[in-house]
Design a protein around this ligand. Structure first.
Ligand code: PLP
Length: 395
């Protein structure tokens, strides 16, 4: 009785989620400490202390009717103003509460953007490898996701191919940096070239092409690497942000969109996004956690803990002969699979109780993603398995 569209969705249900379920099954058989589950991007570092303190303060001191009630679909005005101020301080931007729309995480935000922008058959271009849910979010709003093939030399986006793929139907280009699954941060040079291409193509086609920056990993950047703030490089930029990873709050579902004044058709964009937030059924972002994050905008998770994991895993894998780019951000590492068939390789890894996700799930076969948001000890215990694996398949 379910719809044709959902029948297809059920058939191609997320491979990452399936792995996560497999991890639980293996843990029940072998014991959780003997299963090395690197499948899901679920933060392994606790939310900062400020979060708990803020929750208690709000519950104890604020008016509960106001804390838990409905509000404007854009979110609490004072929370949006606090976010705008924080962005202005950090990135020398000039936002006000009017530019900020609170959303149900990055996922909710992207759905709001696509609902706001897309006519049927409009195209959204993204760069492989990419977070597989993008395909679903675009399809939810009758758009077409167009994929630019991966540049496996350094996993910066392939801009020559982008140029060839932009056409009259291109409504948006969607990028994600720091990137899931590669951990690569797009350089300022990349962003400037990308902005030039989009400006040129807008002129050529007499159309508007929005750049959507999906940034749930913005705060997870290592070695002082600069993550450019994209509204400064291209006028038609919309930023999607989330506190899922930056404050380790993925279950609380809170994030925001930034729609700058200089974006073409700003007034309509903002009012449409506001209404999209409501009619998609979100109504507004969770109210308690809007209030919580406003008190925690300067708080940070323990980044050093992810960094230690990154160093241990990267150095270990490279010493065994695995090929990968050292990630500069997020908590993922993307290895070239020593077997060409990435699915087969991940199945062999599973026999050693190591759960990793084939690159095919990110439209990049021949690679695999290792999510290192796990305990340090899990990586220590898994490394001998990774070593044995590469030796077996190379024999
Ligand atoms: N975008 C990317 C690239 C992600 O990796 C994720 C989650 O893993 C999301 C969006 C969704 O994040 P949220 O929990 O904020 O909806």
């Amino acid at each position: 009785m379910i719809s044709q569209a959902m029948r297809e969705q059920v058939k191609s249900n997320s491979i990452i989620r399936a792995m996560f379920e497999e991890g639980k099954r293996l843990a029940a058989i072998h014991g959780a400490e003997n299963v090395y589950d690197f499948s899901l991007g679920n933060p392994s570092v606790e939310p900062p202390n400020e979060v708990k303190k803020a929750i208690l303060e709000i519950i104890n001191e604020e008016n509960s009717m106001a804390v838990h009630g409905y509000m404007n679909n854009s979110g609490f005005e004072d929370v949006r103003a606090a976010i705008a101020d924080s962005l202005n301080r950090r990135f020398a931007t000039h936002f006000t509460a009017e530019n900020i729309l609170m959303t149900v995480g990055a996922a909710g935000g992207l759905n709001v953007v696509f609902k706001t922008l897309l006519n049927p058959e409009d195209e959204v271009i993204t760069f492989a490898p990419f977070f597989g849910e993008y395909r679903n979010y675009v399809r939810n709003h009758q758009g077409q996701l167009v994929v630019v093939s991966p540049n496996t030399a350094d996993f910066q986006p392939n801009l020559e191919e982008l140029k060839r793929k932009i056409n009259m139907k291109t409504k948006a280009v969607l990028i994600n940096s720091p990137n899931n699954p590669t951990g690569v941060v797009y350089s300022e040079e990349t962003i400037m070239l990308l902005a030039d291409i989009l400006r040129e193509k807008q002129k050529e086609y007499g159309s508007e092409i929005y750049l959507i920056a999906d940034e749930p990993y913005r705060e997870l950047a290592y070695d002082q690497v600069e993550v450019p703030y994209l509204t400064k490089y291209y006028e038609n930029t919309i930023v999607g942000y989330s506190f899922s990873k930056s404050l380790s709050l993925p279950g609380e579902r809170v994030g925001y969109l930034v729609i700058p004044n200089q974006a073409t058709d700003f007034d309509n964009l903002i009012s449409a996004a506001n209404i999209a937030n409501r009619i998609l059924g979100f109504v507004n972002a969770p109210s308690l956690f809007q209030r919580v994050i406003a008190k925690c905008l300067d708080a940070q998770v323990d980044l050093e803990s992810y960094n230690r994991n990154r160093e241990l895993l990267y150095n270990g894998l490279v010493s065994f002969g695995y090929e990968c780019i050292k990630p500069e951000g997020a908590f993922y590492l993307f290895i070239k699979t020593p077997l060409e068939n990435d699915v087969e390789f991940c199945n062999l890894a599973k026999e050693k109780n190591i759960l990793i996700v084939p690159g095919s799930a990110f439209s990049c076969p021949g690679y695999a993603r290792i999510a290192y948001c796990v305990n340090y000890a899990t990586i220590e215990r898994a490394l001998p398995g990774f070593k044995a694996l590469i030796h077996e398949v190379k024999e």
